[in-house]
Ligand binder design. Structure first.
Ligand code: COA
Length: 329
């Protein structure tokens, strides 16, 4: 009997309507379109506006469209893994909140936190439930309402982040397609360079932490850049090498969209030519867990059954990783 792989059988995404352009940011902080474009490649990002809306509200339209596309009901889902750094609440899990909103009555679920690498960690984790035969339909969601933890008075971070969400369905595949290999890494010594100072158990919310604007993403950009540019490129090259793949074998490189210069470095290290590198950072900025599934969603029509895809990410933690998968439809 051939090995069962976990294959992506449907993908969909959602970005909110409001477009925050570089020009609008120029009116908020001391920055300019030229600086943002040359340093990051970002032109605009989406923002979820409206009281009482959280990350689960980004996921609902993405998941509902995905289920419709695949022709299944929410009650057929076995497991929901919600990869997010901006959960609706500290508890309970956003996966539970989403399950209730979409009517996934038979699914269990949990949130997965690995910052910008979360979606890859979620894919690798979710695939184990399929490969083991435990589950038949696993939903992996990557989404963040980054605007909820972005300090719009800090020009070094507010230009980077945006809101967005994507979701994929994993199902068993016995044709040799699906998730073939993954390399995932983490290094907690990276905490000082990228974290949220307050709001956790170490430094719970107080008037002081709010006044000091400590409930936002804090980043030492240059240090993060140095790690990201080498780690993401190295791990993508490593997963290719381990599977005997050269650049010509790769149909698509799907990098986390943090910075165009980091994407270019990853492409260059793997040898994959620019026409095969998926980039939409100019429209959405860094949506953290959302970047890779949003890329898959936007390029879905171009993928062919059997295409070799290399996914690669780097994020706070530090976390990083790469996945080799064969597109299944
Ligand atoms: C954040 C980032 C774009 C900043 O670019 P950089 O080239 O490293 O810029 P620096 O932080 O060294 O700042 C250079 C100068 O630009 C200034 N600057 C910072 N943000 C600015 C902005 N939005 N507009 C204009 N000037 C800005 C700085 O104050 C600094 O000025 P100085 O030289 O007078 O001190 C870049 O470091 C980066 O992308 N890092 C990785 C981020 C990332 O990937 N994070 C997520 C990981 S998943």
């Amino acid at each position: 009997m051939s090995k069962i792989h976990a294959a992506i059988t449907a993908v969909h995404g959602y970005v909110p309507d409001y477009i925050l352009t570089n020009q609008e940011l120029e009116t908020m902080v001391d920055t300019n379109d030229e600086w943002i474009t040359t340093r990051t490649g970002i032109k605009e990002r989406r923002i979820l506006k409206g009281e009482g809306l959280g990350t689960s509200d980004l996921a609902v339209p993405a998941v509902e469209a995905l289920l419709k596309k695949r022709g299944i009901g929410a009650d057929e889902l076995d497991l929901i893994i919600f990869c997010t750094t901006t959960p609706d609440r500290v508890f309970p899990a956003t996966a539970n909140i989403l399950a209730d909103k979409i009517g996934a009555k038979n699914a269990w679920g949990y949130d997965l936190q690995a910052a910008c690498s979360g979606f890859l960690f979620g894919l690798a984790t979710g695939s184990q439930f399929i490969e083991s035969g435990k589950h038949k339909k696993v939903l992996v969601i990557g989404g963040d309402k980054m605007s909820s933890i972005t300090n719009y008075e800090d020009r070094a971070t507010c230009i980077i982040f945006g809101d967005g969400c994507g979701a994929v369905l994993l199902e068993p595949n016995d044709e040799g397609n699906g998730i073939i290999d993954s390399i995932l890494r983490s290094d907690g010594s990276g905490v000082p360079y990228l974290h949220q100072k307050a709001g956790g158990s170490v430094r719970p919310a107080t008037h002081e932490t709010v006044d000091a604007r400590e409930h936002f993403a804090y980043q030492e950009g240059q240090a993060v850049f140095k790690f990201a540019v080498t780690k993401m490129a190295d791990v993508a090259a490593e997963v290719m090498e381990r599977n005997g793949l050269v650049a010509e074998d790769i149909a698509w490189l799907v990098p986390h969209q943090a910075n165009k210069r980091i994407i270019d470095a990853t492409a260059s290290r793997t040898g994959v030519t620019a026409d095969k590198v998926i980039i939409n950072i100019e429209k959405y900025g860094n949506t953290t867990n959302g970047t890779i599934p949003l890329c898959l969603w936007e390029w879905e029509d171009k993928f062919k059954k059997g295409d070799n895809l290399i996914l690669a990410a780097f994020g706070g933690g530090f976390t990083w990783g790469s996945i080799y998968l064969k597109w299944a439809y």
